[in-house]
Design a protein around this ligand. Structure first.
Ligand SMILES: C[S@@+](CC[C@H](N)C(=O)[O-])C[C@H]1O[C@@H](n2cnc3c(N)ncnc32)[C@H](O)[C@@H]1O
Length: 175
């Protein structure tokens, strides 16, 4: 089975949830390779889409690919640990995470992480997360609790179809 092929569909489905707008500044945590191109280019040359991943090799390859197709002036990747995110406050319209957590990492509370996300978003900004497996209900509920305890509101979660594994949790929250 061609999972990478299905994974594009995954991003296509998630892109409808993120709904990037021209001129927006968007940060993706644990971005991997630039599969987000399926929607990230919608921010246009006046916007910014920054992928952030702790794997330097993936980051370098992603930047090389983005340069090759001439989008690297406004879409690029930086290497670093999302747990130690240290950006100026209020910088981004949207922050995204796609399949960031492994099963083991998902369940324990991660309030520190979501507090950093909250601080890095501008007022009125939104956080969007997609989870790797459909059957991660407990972990997804824990993330909802973490988000609410950090001050996020309108925290909603849905099971969305599209891509691999066909059905997955998508979560959205507003600052
Ligand atoms: C399962 S992959 C998902 C990649 C991409 N979002 C996708 O869906 O194709 C998880 C990614 O998160 C990155 N990652 C894991 N822990 C991280 C951390 N603490 N900070 C930044 N990136 C991290 C990994 O290097 C990997 O690229």
């Amino acid at each position: 089975m061609d999972l990478i092929g299905f994974h594009w569909l995954d991003y296509l489905a998630f892109g409808r949830n993120v709904n990037p707008q021209e001129g927006e500044a968007i940060l993706e945590l644990g971005s991997g390779y630039p599969l987000h191109l399926i929607y990230s280019r919608k921010v246009g040359p006046c916007g910014r889409y920054i992928g952030f991943d702790n794997n330097k090799k993936i980051t370098a390859t992603s930047n090389y690919l983005l340069e090759k197709i001439g989008l690297n002036d406004h879409i690029y990747h930086a290497a670093g640990d999302a747990f130690k995110l240290d950006c100026p406050k209020g910088l981004f319209d949207k922050i995204i995470a796609v399949n960031l957590w492994t099963r083991e990492m998902l369940l324990p509370p991660k309030k520190d992480f979501y507090e950093r996300v909250y601080d890095t978003l501008m007022e009125g900004g939104s956080y969007h997360e997609k989870f790797l497996d459909r059957d991660q209900d407990e972990g997804v509920y824990q993330v909802c609790r973490d988000l609410k305890s950090c001050g996020f509101h309108e925290v909603t979660r849905d099971i969305v179809s599209g891509g691999y594994p066909f059905l997955h949790w998508v979560l959205q929250a507003k600052k």
